[in-house]
Design a protein around this ligand. Structure first.
Ligand code: UD1
Ligand code: MG
Length: 484
């Protein structure tokens, strides 16, 4: 929680976001594994405000449903306000006041649902500055090389904030101003309420502008100020997919910087993507081409990559995961996975175990130090400890209608190309021969074989495939052995 707790934070998220050209509402687009509105609400909630309000209108049901799902991840309850027919940021703020207590006093912060890099610390600074100055309104501003599209900060001769003029209402001289309105503000609750009541829609967009509050408050004798922010990424909104990608890359850069400072080696930050909710321990090494998504956790000493994508995967200390695609899985300490492994949901690999090359697993519990090294499918199975599954085996879990489970004990050694036709059990210490099709339970310590005797037809190739390189090689070998 931050030092200066506001009375309320209002997150505006009612806009249509037409420039995204998307069937998905803008604030539900994602960077760093979270929606834009999740980032915005997390920063707002981090202030520890008494109230947190989101203003919705466009695709209200969808956005409200998503916000409801975030309840467990946010430290504050989000109250919802619906914007009515009057357009504009001022109208949106007014709707938020409608769900707040009428006698609400203190500082009200306004932010946007599509500004994902803003931090709680910046909001804390804004509120601290605002309250220290006894201001009615404080707006966070920024200097931009290209201010096109933004509202401009107009200061008087003494440099004090006078008003904000929208791009569409600005004359040429005003458009030349490079200090812009970020759209993030701290208001005194009473000043906001009384000023908003006086805002009209008399402008080129026929909208109720929140920015008009500044001039109204100033004229009423309330101190107003603009606080410039150096880190302009924090106030950048994602209005189209170009900005979305740019913000996503910058967020990733910040996340990687954070983890590197916490002791994680990231060999190639340009090809490494880590979501906001991932957690890494010190002395983890991330090799090039890695994406870590969702609630992935990696413990100390583990090495991930190159070229691996893990979503909601737990990786134990000292494990190694090479060229692997995995989701909703647990990899034990010291275990080895890959190269070229596919871990589907429900995979649990015990400590020091191995899921090797061209192995696919699903709903598979593989015990401590057990190994599935090569070319194998393990689906719906439990394997005990220190067992070894031979190359090219299949846990045949699907009978065409239903899925069935296979249980393999500890210290089992199965031959290459064993088929486990589920449901079936293989007892502790059992063996199977190469090519065995296990259809019946194998008792502990038994050897299972499905054995057809090997038949040899002498000279078949020489007689039936004359003139082929194989027949010629066979004839030459025969001649040589006769000469010897
Ligand atoms: C607004 C500011 C502008 C500032 C810019 C910063 C006003 C009048 N203008 O521009 O000075 O430089 O932000 O990005 O405030 N929203 C609603 N309801 C609405 C309209 C917008 O909730 O009726 C929300 C949008 O969902 C979005 C935010 O407000 O999150 C900003 O809307 P947008 O249209 O992008 O900003 P502008 O009005 O162009
Ligand atoms: Mg607008």
């Amino acid at each position: 929680m931050t030092e200066h707790r506001p009375a309320a934070v209002i997150v505006l998220a009612a806009g249509a976001g037409t420039r995204m050209k998307s069937a998905t509402p803008k604030v539900l687009h994602r960077i760093g594994g979270r929606t834009l509105v999740h980032h915005a609400l997390a920063a707002a909630a981090g202030t520890g405000a008494d109230h947190l309000v989101a203003v919705l209108r466009h695709e209200r049901e969808l956005v409200a449903g998503h916000i409801a799902q975030l309840a467990d991840e946010l430290p504050l309850t989000v109250e919802l306000a619906e914007q009515g027919r009057v357009p504009g940021t001022g109208a949106a703020a007014e709707c938020a006041l409608g769900v707040l207590p009428v006698d609400l006093a203190g500082t009200v912060v306004v932010t946007y649902g599509d500004v994902p890099l803003l931090t709680s610390e910046t909001l804390d600074e804004l509120v601290g500055f605002h309250e220290a100055g006894g201001n009615g309104v404080t707006v966070l501003s920024a200097q931009l090389g290209d201010p096109t599209g933004y509202g401009r900060i107009v200061r008087d001769a003494s440099g004090a904030l006078e008003r904000i003029v929208e791009q569409k209402d600005a004359d040429e001289a005003t458009r030349a101003i490079t200090e812009i309105n970020s759209g993030i503000y701290a208001f005194d609750a009473a000043v906001l309420r009384t000023s908003l009541a006086k805002v009209s829609t008399e402008n080129n967009q026929r909208e109720k502008y929140l920015t008009d509050v500044i001039e109204i408050a100033r004229d009423a004798g309330s101190p107003v100020a603009a606080l410039p922010i150096d880190d302009v990424w924090q106030v950048e909104g994602a209005n189209d997919r170009v900005q979305l990608a740019g913000l996503g890359a910058e967020l990733n850069r910040r996340i990687l910087t954070h983890w590197m400072r916490e002791g994680v080696t990231v060999v190639d930050p340009t090809t490494t993507w880590i979501d906001a909710d991932v957690e890494l321990a010190a002395d983890v090494t991330i090799l090039p081409g890695v994406q870590l998504h969702g609630a992935t956790r990696v413990d100390t000493g583990a090495e991930i990559g190159p070229d691996s994508t893990l979503t909601d995967v737990e990786v134990g200390a000292g494990a190694s995961v090479i060229r692997t695609h995995g989701s909703l899985s647990v990899i034990g300490a010291g275990a080895k996975v890959g190269p070229f492994a596919y871990l589907r949901p429900g995979t649990e690999l015990g400590a020091d175990g191995k899921i090797g090359t061209f192995v696919e697993t699903k709903n598979a519990h593989i015990g401590r130090a057990s190994k599935v090294p090569h070319l194998t499918y393990v689906g719906d199975a439990t394997i005990g400890e220190e067992s070894n599954i031979g190359a090219s085996s299949v846990f045949v879990n699907y009978d065409g209608v239903n899925k069935h489970h296979t249980t393999v004990g500890s210290h089992v050694r199965t031959g290459s190309d064993t088929m486990f036709v589920a449901p079936v059990n293989v007892g502790d210490g059992a063996y199977s021969g190469a090519g065995t099709v296990i259809r019946k339970d194998v008792p502990a310590g038994a050897l299972a074989l499905t054995y057809g005797p090997q038949k040899i037809v002498e000279d078949w190739v020489i007689e039936h495939r004359p003139g082929t390189p194989a027949a010629e090689a066979a004839a030459a070998a025969k001649k040589k052995s006769e000469e010897d």
